[in-house]
Design a protein around this ligand. Structure first.
Ligand code: SF4
Ligand code: SF4
Length: 396
């Protein structure tokens, strides 16, 4: 690695102030919150996908917790039950069940599954042997007449299921309260992400990735998002030093990076780049659109928002290209890197169109990285990333 390929100097020292440090202990906060909720009988509900409307779970009195596994350590044990040639996110998630080592999954009285990718669908069937499971059927022909109607009805069925399960009534007012909380959370996270559009962003992409929670709607989290935004706006989160050299700005797209699986982003930024925009499901994709708060039919407004999510499981998935175009204009990246977890067919196949779109429409260099949670290929990935950075710098 050359001198210019280290982390940009202004990001060496994140200038971590107290609201920032709060998210260093995100897992501890979530643990305490869920443990207390579980102890007082509030249902813990595991979710696995951004298509699952957390608002309906919250309106039914449940605590929605993201269960997506990001640990390489739970992959091997999952391979006793699942094919080795399966996405590491699915294997890691299932491995936590096998090892009974995810307290949130242990506490969960229900797991909400969805018919997105085939690997997850079939893993959910195995998980259902141990955990109560509710499957949301997501129509996948995004432009089909009647598809949104089907999804809306699917969400109504889910709401009725939760009402029966948790012995509550999910009123429109409760749904609207949950929608307001989630809209506030989305808006705050969006504002933090939008700071990366600055010429000298106040955070690294890695630091931004930490600013989220496994559990949505915790009011202490929302207050800390506000505090971080205040710190930045008041200059209390100034970059520690001017950058030695302008970093290469990267738009990262592709699969989500569950908590613990941030290795590729770290490798990118260790090569003198800054990930100014994460289009994926752990980045901006799920928080770009809010839910209408004044719709007379809140389930319908929820259905509309979630159905618009431009995931590669949809066919066609034209919304992803509109999103990429808008994000490229806003964040001004120098290149696009696409992350694909091994055996993620939908993102892998769609990557041909993403490459073509990046090169022909955005006119940026494109790099596809296919990997899993193991660090075995880190040196090889670094070499490819350094070559990309050289290409980009030669064009600047
Ligand atoms: S990438 Fe698609 S399947 Fe994965 S969490 Fe996002 S919406 Fe769900
Ligand atoms: S990364 Fe791909 S294969 Fe893995 S769970 Fe998501 S959509 Fe499915």
């Amino acid at each position: 690695m050359t001198d210019t390929t280290c982390t940009p100097a202004h990001l060496d020292s994140p200038g971590k102030s107290s609201p920032w440090r709060y998210f260093d202990a995100m897992l501890d906060h979530c643990y305490d919150y869920a443990e207390a909720a579980h102890a007082r009988g509030q249902p813990i509900v595991g979710i696995m996908c951004e298509f699952t409307p957390r608002e309906i779970i919250m309106a039914a009195g449940g605590v929605p917790v993201c269960l997506c596994g990001g640990s390489a350590e739970t992959v091997a044990v999952a391979e006793q039950y699942l094919p080795a040639n399966l996405c590491p996110l699915i294997k890691s998630t299932y491995g936590y069940l096998v090892k009974a080592s995810n307290p949130f999954l242990n506490w969960a009285s229900l797991v909400v599954a969805e018919t997105t990718c085939d690997g997850k669908k079939k893993m959910f069937e195995l998980m259902a042997a141990t955990k109560p499971m509710y499957v949301l059927e997501l129509p996948q022909k995004s432009e089909d007449a009647g598809a949104l109607e089907h999804w809306t009805e699917e969400l109504r069925k889910f709401m009725r299921f939760l009402e029966a399960q948790f012995q509550v009534q999910v009123t429109d007012d409760r749904l609207r309260d949950a929608i307001r909380v989630m809209n506030r959370e989305r808006a705050l996270r969006r504002q933090l992400a939008e700071l990366m559009a600055l010429d000298i962003p106040p955070f690294s992409g890695r630091q931004l990735l930490d600013l989220k929670s496994l559990i949505s709607g915790i009011s202490a989290d929302l207050e800390q998002y506000e505090a971080i935004l205040r710190h930045v706006h008041e200059g209390l989160h100034e970059p520690a030093a001017p950058p030695r050299k302008a970093p290469v700005r990267v738009l990262l797209t592709g699969v989500p990076m569950a908590h613990g699986a941030e290795r590729v982003l770290e490798l990118i930024e260790a090569c003198g780049a800054i990930v100014v925009c994460q289009e994926n499901c752990t980045g901006l994709k799920p928080i770009l659109e809010d839910v209408a708060e004044d719709d007379p039919d809140p389930i319908r407004s929820l259905a509309r928002k979630y159905y618009h999510l431009p995931c590669s499981v949809m066919t066609p998935n034209t919304g992803r290209f509109d999103t990429l175009r808008a994000l490229a204009a806003q964040f001004r990246p120098h290149c696009v890197i696409e992350l694909i977890w091994q055996a993620c067919l939908t993102y892998d196949v769609e990557s041909y169109r993403v490459r073509t779109f990046t090169e022909d429409t955005l006119h940026h260099p494109y790099l596809k990285i296919t990997t899993d949670y193991s660090p075995a290929d880190s040196a090889r990935l670094t070499a490819r990333l350094e070559a990309l950075m050289e290409t980009v710098r030669a064009r600047l």
